[in-house]
Design a protein around this ligand. Structure first.
Ligand code: AMP
Length: 579
């Protein structure tokens, strides 16, 4: 397939705001894609890898500028100037190709396969000279591109397509292209995506095997399942009544660590985060614990990884380390063993998705029994290092139907207090009859924490501070997620609460996400999630959400959250109504 054809699709997508039109354009493209269907499904969103694959493109904006300069002969200063004006390196590339000062001698046609393979190839470059090989690879593509092709090659390399399609549009397009497009067809595609996490597989199955094929798709070892998410309970009583079935709810300690999904088959063990990233290499102590404790031949287990201080971890009253400290383990690439001794972890297991048989359609109470049959406790041994493995602390509570009338059982109140005293976040209240719902936030698992709830918000834009902190992006625009529009909506501007060190680290991260600049303001790819407290929510014309946070203060970065896990506009509205 000629790349120009796909570029035509991008241009049509970018040219309409209508989701239905976008869906139809995509459906037509998928239907015509033939053997290239899996590649096209990924490329329309500018993705080259499935979420759980470990490769990262490692392409920064400066590397991209180098490639444009190399391919076109235009000086970096001119490219920078242009970038400042247009704010998009894709547009800069198109302009540079249009105005290039050097002509390529042999021009080879760009095909979809070539663009895809070249960009994927980039991830395999390692060590000395890998940067310049990346530049060469992208420059090679640009030398053979016309201006529009150059625009999208660069946007794909940077992972930001600007054509405005979300997961929902892809899902609907698959349902229209290969099924009858009905609500049932959309549900079938959605379910298939939840278990496989991979639209390439879903699209191909829908095309080749129809609805029955989609229904047969199942959880698979070493392909992580989207984690079931929790809703916020407005109070303990409300959470208990919402989650109860037949007068019972299961209450567990809510730990403050990182979600981990453990896949094991025989000797092969892999660990994934909630964002489906593979973190096996960073946690050899957890791998050792799984090897020692998980007796089932094959299993997919869900749990929370928590770091404790080495002096206390072997005792009952162990002390969690601040999340900031624990999160260093997630990022660590070298010195992993040393770090594992310094910040020993315990895995608190709370669910089982597979034990030789898929369990996601099985009620939670049964899944717990099956979970308990898959493993034996492992006592943590920081010196080795060996992680601890244990079941999360749980109790079954009897619940009356009416939240107004209900008295919280003493055992629950006591457990709640105990959890907080031990430095954990609160309680998780779960419905014993609920199936495992990958990727969704339905009232089957409710979290209950004290205090007025802070919000998890995404940084959408930023400005450099003035004065002493002028090198840092200290003024951050915060956005919540509007589920229905699949867009972020701003709710305020943050400028306090961080230490210099935190701000420095935050700036480094945010600068990687810049998509355009205007003087001292930058627009960002919405990826970083911050936890923010505030005094109240007000109505406001200033932001496109219609609300503004009063006195927002930074609490911490939420590294384990994906942007789509940010709090929703609906929740902000509810909090506004309730205050
Ligand atoms: P939040 O990140 O605030 O939305 O809360 C949901 C997260 O709490 C889950 O994704 C888990 O990482 C974590 N968590 C901690 N303890 C538990 C538990 N006992 N059951 C389920 N999730 C838990």
């Amino acid at each position: 397939m000629e790349y120009a054809e796909l570029v035509g699709v991008y241009e049509r997508l970018a040219g309409t705001d209508s989701n239905n039109e976008k869906r139809d354009i995509l459906a037509e493209t998928f239907a015509d894609a033939g053997d290239l269907l899996p590649v096209v499904v990924k490329l329309v969103r500018g993705r080259l890898f499935a979420a759980h694959q470990r490769e990262e493109l490692g392409v920064s904006s400066s590397l991209t500028r180098d490639a444009i300069a190399k391919a076109t002969g235009i000086a970096d200063d001119d490219l920078r100037e242009r970038w400042r004006e247009t704010g998009d390196l894709g547009d800069v590339a198109a302009w540079a190709v249009e105005n290039q000062t050097q002509q390529t001698l042999f021009s080879e046609l760009l095909t979809v396969e070539r663009v895809h393979d070249s960009l994927r190839e980039i991830t395999s470059f390692e060590g000395d000279g890998s940067q310049s090989r990346r530049v060469d690879e992208i420059a090679g593509l640009l030398s053979d591109a016309d201006p529009s092709e150059a625009r999208y090659v660069v946007r794909t390399a940077l992972g930001h397509m600007r054509v405005g399609i979300g997961e929902g549009t892809i899902r609907d397009a698959i349902a229209v292209a290969f099924l009858d497009g009905s609500d049932e067809a959309i549900d079938a595609v959605e379910r298939a995506y939840q278990v496989t996490n991979d639209y390439r597989v879903v699209a191909q199955t829908a095309r080749d095997e129809g609805r029955d094929g989609l229904a047969d798709l199942d959880v698979q070892l070493f392909r992580p399942v989207q984690a079931m998410l929790a809703e916020k309970g407005e109070s303990l009583e409300q959470a208990l009544t919402d989650a109860a079935t037949d007068g019972e709810a299961i209450c567990e300690v809510k730990y403050d660590g990182a979600r981990v999904q453990i896949h094991k088959q025989g000797d092969e063990i892999r660990l994934f985060t909630r964002r489906l990233e593979d973190i096996t290499e960073q946690f050899p102590d957890v791998v050792a614990a799984v090897r020692e404790g998980v007796t089932a031949e094959s299993a997919i287990l869900d749990g929370e990884l928590v770091g404790y201080t080495p002096e206390t971890v072997e005792f009952d009253d162990r002390e969690p380390v601040p999340f900031q400290r624990f999160s260093q383990r997630i990022k660590r690439e070298d010195g992993v063993e040393k770090m594992a001794r310094e910040v020993p972890v315990v895995v608190h297991l709370f669910d089982c998705l597979y034990d030789g048989e898929t369990l996601i359609e099985t009620p939670f109470s049964t899944r717990i029994d099956r979970l308990e049959a898959t493993f034996e406790d492992v006592a943590v041994r920081p010196d080795e290092p060996l992680a601890g493995l244990e079941r999360s602390r749980a109790l079954t509570a009897s619940v009356d139907a009416d939240p107004e009338e209900m008295e919280t059982p003493d055992a629950v109140t006591e457990r709640y207090r105990e959890a907080l005293d031990a430095g954990h976040e609160g309680l998780m209240v779960k419905n014993p009859a609920a199936t495992y719902q990958p990727g969704t936030r339905v009232g089957r698992m409710l979290k209950v924490k004290p205090t007025m709830e802070p919000l998890d918000l995404v940084v959408s834009r930023a400005m450099y501070s003035e004065g002493r902190r002028s090198d840092w992006l200290g003024r951050l625009y915060l956005a919540c997620y509007d589920d229905s529009a699949e867009e972020f909506r701003e709710v305020g501007r943050l400028s306090t609460g961080y230490t210099d060190e935190e701000l420095d680290a935050l700036t480094d991260r945010l600068e990687e996400l810049i998509v355009s600049r205007d003087a001292r303001s930058v627009e960002l790819r919405p990826e970083v999630v911050l936890e923010v407290e505030y005094e109240e929510i007000q109505r406001s014309e200033e932001y496109d959400s219609g609300y503004a946070l009063r006195f927002p203060r930074f609490l911490r970065r939420r590294e384990t959250l994906a942007p789509s896990d940010a709090d929703t506009l609906e929740r902000a509205e509810r909090l506004f109504e309730e205050q």
